[in-house]
Design a protein around this ligand. Structure first.
Ligand code: NAD
Length: 447
């Protein structure tokens, strides 16, 4: 099948653009119909061998992905035909060790692997052996691939693990990113990257030194509806975006949790949820702020906020003249939205915009006397699966991730400027950067 695939692609290389896609689609359907059953069978047996023998994947590329088509049952007026994903055989997918089995891992990341096309969970790292054993049983992970924080470095001897996904409290990210890189593994790290720009820089340096990739898990930048908003902004669909408003607020509970301890979290609502405002504003515009202005507010005597701030209101000023006005708070009911105001007849945004699910784009534009208000939604996909698969593709094809460590470091520099502005009651200037997408790597493929 791989040989047939190569033949098909080299014949198609003689063509270009649409005709190339059409050629592969039509010829591929015939070949796939004849071979896909055999391919799947051999993939399963290779997968079984790989797991039994504990070997890592052999030579592979994204061209090994299998696509299966069935005839469409719907009229063209029903919208675009269903696109079935191209999926790598299991033995060729990138194998992950997931570090930290808390709310995000159990609620989102482990379930997301079932929607992944290039990635699979092969190992778990936890301080709670009993919990890890149960999760391993749930997801078919070999019990020999369950590690503790103490024997974590032994992952270096396990070729099934190619990448490590760090899902620990923020202050622990640096230690586990560095240990993972030193064990010879690529690293996907949750946001915020660290608790300071110094830590973030050390994490980048350690991964560079070890020759390993580092990506920060900014899921919003991989989500199709948010990417659509980014395109509206960059292509000036309704004119130039001059103002962005962004809100990310939620009412935090248990006063004893690590998110409210400065040493573990690095700060309060800003690094946890205000980071979405910062990072998404930068992503939408592609620009970097040259100045910030900020104020914090904390309700006196609220036992939750002994160490960290409750709310931050901040403005980011961009070289194009755009201003983003953002609010994050741990003290009011959940709301996550943003809106981009442009100068030629329209505004657009998302409400909710930063949530895991239920995203809702909004567009308002004028046509003469008519004001159109629309909710033009692209079918949602699992954001965590998109982000994990992008990293796997970068590992498999040796590419720089779209959101590498440098993207996370820049957010830390901005957060430090925001805290300084709030402390001094003065605007704080940042390095002037005039290029676009300065810290981003290879853009994710649209599926
Ligand atoms: P959590 O508290 O639910 O889980 C943290 C895990 O770390 C737990 O299993 C806990 O046992 C373990 N741990 C190890 N040492 C610990 C210590 N000293 N103190 C506390 N816990 C310790 O947290 P979470 O919500 O899963 O968040 C984990 C990371 O994921 C954080 O960096 C957070 O910012 C990030 N996160 C990202 C998103 C997103 O949308 N990308 C959403 C939620 C959380």
């Amino acid at each position: 099948m791989k040989y047939l695939n190569q033949l098909l692609h080299s014949a198609a290389d003689q063509l270009s653009g649409y005709s190339r896609r059409e050629f592969i689609g039509n010829a591929g359907k015939t070949l796939l119909a004849a071979t896909v059953i055999g391919e799947l069978a051999s993939a399963e047996s290779a997968s079984a061998q790989s797991t039994a023998g504990g070997r890592g994947p052999g030579p592979r590329s994204m061209a090994d992905a299998i696509k299966v088509e069935v005839p469409t049952q719907h009229a063209p007026s029903e919208g675009a035909a269903t696109s079935y994903p191209s999926i790598l055989p299991k033995d060729k997918r990138a194998g992950y060790a997931i570090v930290g089995l808390g709310e995000l891992t159990l609620g989102e990341i482990m379930p997301a692997f079932s929607a992944c096309k290039n990635s699979k969970p092969v190992a778990l790292v936890s301080g709670d052996a009993d919990k890890a054993r149960k999760v391993a049983m749930q997801y078919g992970i070999d019990p020999k691939n369950v590690y503790s924080y103490q024997n974590f470095d032994d992952i270096k001897n396990n070729p099934e693990i190619e990448a490590v996904y760090i899902v620990l409290p923020n202050s622990m990210h640096e230690e586990y990113v560095v240990r993972a890189a030193n064990a010879g593994k690529h690293v996907l790290c949750e946001k915020p990257m660290a608790t300071s720009s110094k830590e973030a820089q050390r994490m980048i340096d350690a991964c560079k030194k070890a020759g390993k990739k580092l990506m920060i898990a900014y899921r919003i930048q991989y989500e199709p509806n948010n990417r659509q908003m980014m395109e509206y902004t960059r292509k000036q669909k309704f004119g130039k975006v001059k103002v962005i408003t962004a809100v990310n607020v939620q009412n935090i509970g248990n006063p004893n949790q690590w998110r409210l301890k400065k040493a573990l979290a690095g700060g309060g609502s800003l690094p946890d949820i205000g980071l979405y405002n910062i990072n998404t504003n930068r992503f939408l515009l592609g620009e970097e702020p040259y100045m910030v202005n900020a104020h914090t507010y904390t309700t006196p005597n609220d036992i939750r906020f002994k160490e960290v701030e409750e709310a931050v209101m901040f403005q980011m000023f961009f070289p194009s003249g755009a201003i983003a006005n953002s609010t994050c708070s741990y003290g009011v009911h959940d709301s996550k939205h943003y809106r981009c105001y442009a100068d030629n007849g329209g505004w657009f945004g998302m409400d909710p915009g930063y949530s895991y699910k239920g995203l809702m784009p909004e567009v308002s534009h004028a046509e003469g006397r008519v004001q159109n208000k629309m909710q033009p939604k692209i079918q949602e996909k699992n954001q965590f699966a998109l982000e994990i698969d992008h990293f796997s593709e970068c590992v498999i094809e040796n590419k720089t991730p779209y959101t590498p460590g440098e993207e996370g470091l820049q957010d830390h520099k901005i957060m430090e400027a925001i805290y300084e502005s709030a402390r001094t009651h003065k605007p704080v200037e940042l390095a002037r950067i005039s290029t676009v997408d300065t810290f981003r790597g290879t853009p994710p493929k649209e599926d």
